[in-house]
Design a protein around this ligand. Structure first.
Ligand code: OAA
Ligand code: MG
Length: 228
């Protein structure tokens, strides 16, 4: 198993809260928790390896065009200005991390997010917006975002750089970091600490399971996968 597969295996049962504890046990109290305003579109849990991309505001103005001309211009814009180059080099298990520099657009939609899932992406994290959210939820594409936005990219945002450090909710994320996301939000683990953080995260998860198992038994509840 390569390092990446080993790490994904190590983290597969860990909750965000366990990983937070594992970070604390490694004296990383100051780092890792993405700001709580970044929330899941629907509750699910995903573990992946970060792949980062940065987008910045479009500096120019949109030319005055007829609707027909705009159709052509929009195509050109998607191809040359706000393209998603990461689509061409996805590794299975990638957690796509998009810095959209505060621009109010839905950088993720029902189409581009599903194409990434088809090619091996396990989840998306953005400090910006997602749109077409009814279909994104229906298609069960895991997204953690700051907001929902109705707006298209054209004339508003452009691609800038791939695999650069990005600031997502106050945490610097680098390609290769471990990302765990669930209903509690998102946590980022620097790759070099991944094994040690997982060790103490498992310690805390096991403590949690043992404690709750005892209470389940006192309550006469049937045991479930969260306590065994
Ligand atoms: O076009 C985009 O970048 C976002 C979108 O609406 C989609 O993929 O459906
Ligand atoms: Mg769309």
């Amino acid at each position: 198993m390569d390092d990446r597969a080993k790490i994904l295996e190590l983290y597969k049962d860990l909750r965000v809260a366990d990983v937070r504890d594992g970070m604390d046990w490694n004296m990383m109290h100051h780092y890792g928790s993405v700001h709580y305003e970044i929330r899941p579109l629907f509750r699910t849990r995903v573990v992946g390896i970060a792949r980062t991309a940065r987008y910045v505001p479009f500096e120019e103005s949109v030319p005055k065009l007829t609707p027909e001309e705009y159709t052509q211009w929009a195509k050109w814009y998607y191809k040359e200005v706000c393209y998603d180059p990461w689509h061409k080099s996805i590794t299975k298990g990638d957690f796509m991390v998009l810095d959209q520099s505060g621009v109010d657009v839905g950088i993720l939609g029902s189409n581009n997010s599903l194409a990434g899932i088809r090619d091996g992406i396990v989840g998306y994290l953005t400090n910006g917006g997602v749109r077409d959210t009814d279909e994104v939820i229906m298609q069960e594409v895991p997204v953690w975002s700051k907001f929902i936005s109705q707006k298209m990219d054209q004339g508003r945002i452009r691609f800038d750089a791939l695999d650069v450090p990005v600031n997502i909710g106050g945490v610097v994320v680098n390609t290769g970091d471990v990302i765990v996301a669930d209903g509690d939000g998102v946590i980022v683990v620097p790759r070099k600490l991944a094994v040690s953080v997982a060790k103490y995260a498992h310690q805390e998860l096991n403590n949690d399971k043992a404690g709750r198992r005892k209470i389940y038994e006192q309550l006469g509840w049937e045991l479930d996968h969260t306590v065994v």
